[in-house]
Design a protein around this ligand. Structure first.
Ligand SMILES: [Zn+2]
Length: 191
């Protein structure tokens, strides 16, 4: 059964229709659909997509452009917060590989972790050891995530800045080869 409602997204009222028997996607009324089938909206005078703003509201963070807002319902027009989750382009690509060809991803470093799990690790007060056994990764991996060395962009999204460790490492030129383009891209941002 279709029902109508309103939600606040990015501080603005959005009217929608929702079919609770068919997954509960919230489809906005009266808003423009872009050429890719996503709902367009404006935030601070800049054009963006409604589902991104909905996910930002849900998480209470600002998504940078390299972070994707993914529809777990695969409905591009949907802005139901329960149907949205974080992902990076790499994570999305990995998920597609995983969905299509299981096992292929096992050789990808850090494939056990997702953006979502890394955020949970960064927010958690559990010990390094407990987190390691919970997420089935080494204590070193957990420690390096906590230090903002692994998944530095996720750390930055959450805390608003790179970690001190990350910055120290970035400044050590001899480590550049280990982390490659990521160092170069932060240096470009800093310049
Ligand atoms: Zn949906």
């Amino acid at each position: 059964m279709l029902r109508e409602g309103t939600d606040i997204v990015g501080g603005k009222i959005v009217s929608y229709i929702q079919d609770e028997e068919k997954g509960g996607c919230k489809i906005p009324l009266y808003l423009h659909v872009d050429e890719n089938g996503y709902i367009q909206c404006y935030r601070n005078g800049k054009m963006t997509r409604l589902h991104r703003v909905a996910l930002e509201d849900k998480l209470g963070i600002k998504l940078s452009s390299n972070i994707h807002a993914c529809h777990i319902c695969h409905t591009r027009k949907c802005f139901n917060k329960e149907h949205l989750e974080l992902g990076t382009a790499l994570h999305n690509a990995y998920q597609k590989i995983e969905a299509g060809r299981q096992r292929y991803g096992e050789n990808i470093p850090n494939s056990k972790l997702t953006e979502k799990k890394v955020i949970a690790i960064l927010k958690s007060n559990l010990s390094i050891k407990d987190l390691g056994s919970h997420y089935k990764v080494s204590a070193t991996t957990i420690r390096r995530i906590k230090q903002g060395i692994l998944w530095p962009e996720t750390y930055k999204e959450l805390f608003g800045h790179y970690s001190e460790k990350r910055i120290a490492i970035r400044n050590k030129k001899h480590l550049q080869d280990l982390t490659g383009s990521k160092i170069n891209s932060c240096e470009r941002k800093a310049a």
